[in-house]
Design a protein around this ligand. Structure first.
Ligand SMILES: NC(=O)c1ccc[n+]([C@@H]2O[C@H](COP(=O)([O-])OP(=O)(O)OC[C@H]3O[C@@H](n4cnc5c(N)ncnc54)[C@H](O)[C@@H]3O)[C@@H](O)[C@H]2O)c1
Ligand SMILES: [Zn+2]
Length: 360
């Protein structure tokens, strides 16, 4: 339980009685997200006290008599491995039967709900979680633990690539630049590669991350710190594509300067997917004449995912593994639950990529 800024307490509570539609899950692991880092540091959403952790997975150990199937219609049984996606509120536009309908922005998610005295089991940084009837749950027993821990961030990129495809510009032979090689940009590269896109240039300022970008499928990389100013940097990107600008770009940093820079990397008639600003990073300065209008750039924004993207993500993870993309290397640090404070500190230090809690 995050009980004050930068401090989790390990509290023990009795497991509550299950309702007929509820599921009790024994937690196996849960990734640490940038959002958790913000909560840990500043509590911007005002959730404290809160059981955090929304990138979790575990095994069904008990369930109510009405529970038969997951949100995609697969049977659910004791012993199955599951993940949750969102909790339905009374929003008729999002139903279990229309996985495509809309993204889950604004919906409640386990791990981002203030503590409830009647049910403390609402976050994945725990031994158990209670999945209430009316939430989404998916049977992912055919995925290994590392893959299951990566489902939530991967769904962000499945959605971003689906958004990118709506422009009609992203094709098998496209030259694609991915700017920002944190977990988000690296997963973006892995998805593009798994789709069959081969001409990918990664841009970041961290050599270790750029090396990982190549393991995920980037053909070459550009370290922005080796280039003085955006004109030089654009030449670097152009050279990495053998003398061409990018057909399409994914912006995966939370830096306004990086947003402004990325237009320069894109050819006339090219496309851009901006997904780097899950939180407000401030205003960016662009030139609408040069950057958008004269070049006829097609831009899409991308925000979390739909339920349909979750189902697609499960298939992506299997395909990526099958073609040898070492996605598991994105999880650089694993901590037991007892070291949750250390795990969050490690996440803030930016020394690793994905930090995960893996229960003993
Ligand atoms: N759209 C969504 O639904 C969604 C979901 C999750 C996260 N995000 C956003 O995605 C962004 C990336 O997430 P992450 O976990 O990978 O973060 P991260 O901080 O680990 O990675 C960001 C990377 O960008 C690089 N970078 C910074 N400035 C740069 C510049 N000027 N040029 C090139 N590279 C630069 C950094 O070196 C770092 O490697 C975050 O800002 C987050 O808000 C969006
Ligand atoms: Zn997250």
């Amino acid at each position: 339980m995050l009980t004050k800024l930068e401090h989790f307490d390990l509290n023990e509570y009795p497991v509550p009685a299950l309702g007929d539609d509820d599921i009790l899950v024994k937690v196996e692991g849960c990734g640490v997200c940038g959002t958790d880092a913000h909560e840990f540091k500043r509590d911007p959403f005002g959730l404290i006290p809160v059981a955090l952790g929304h990138e979790g997975t575990g095994e069904i150990v008990a369930m109510g008599k009405n529970v038969k199937k997951d949100s995609a219609g697969k049977p659910l049984n004791i012993g199955d491995k599951v993940v949750t996606c969102m909790i339905f509120k009374d929003n008729p536009d999002i139903t279990m039967f229309d996985l495509n309908k809309q993204n889950v922005g604004g919906a409640d998610v386990y791990g981002l709900i203030p503590d409830d005295a009647n049910n403390h089991f609402q976050g994945w940084f725990a031994d158990y979680i209670v999945v209430k009837g009316g939430s989404t749950v998916f049977n992912v027993s055919d995925l290994d633990l590392d893959s299951r821990i990566l489902i939530e961030p991967c769904a962000v990129l499945i959605h971003a690539v689906e958004r990118a495809k709506t422009t009609g510009i992203l094709r098998f032979n496209s030259r694609v630049v991915v700017q920002g090689c944190g977990p988000i940009g690296l997963i973006c590269i892995a998805i593009l590669r798994t789709m069959g896109i081969e001409n990918i240039v990664a841009v970041d300022g961290n050599e270790l991350r750029l090396e990982t970008a190549k393991k995920m499928g980037a053909t070459s990389s550009v370290n922005f710190k080796n280039h003085n100013g955006v004109e030089e940097l654009t030449k670097g990107v152009e050279a990495a594509f053998g003398g061409h600008l990018a057909d399409f770009a994914f912006q995966c940093t939370g830096s306004p300067v990086a947003h402004a820079n990325i237009y320069k990397f894109i050819r006339s008639g090219g496309g851009l997917c901006e997904l780097g600003f899950f939180i407000n990073g401030g205003d960016a300065q662009i030139n609408p004449h040069f950057d958008i209008c004269a070049k006829e750039i097609t831009t899409v924004g991308s925000w979390v995912y739909t339920l349909r993207d979750y189902a697609t993500t499960f298939d992506f993870l299997k395909r990526a593994k099958a073609i040898g993309i070492p996605l598991n290397e994105l999880i650089t640090h694993k901590y037991p639950l007892e070291q949750i404070n250390e795990a969050l500190e490690m996440n803030l230090s930016m020394q690793g990529l994905k930090i995960a809690i893996v229960n003993k």
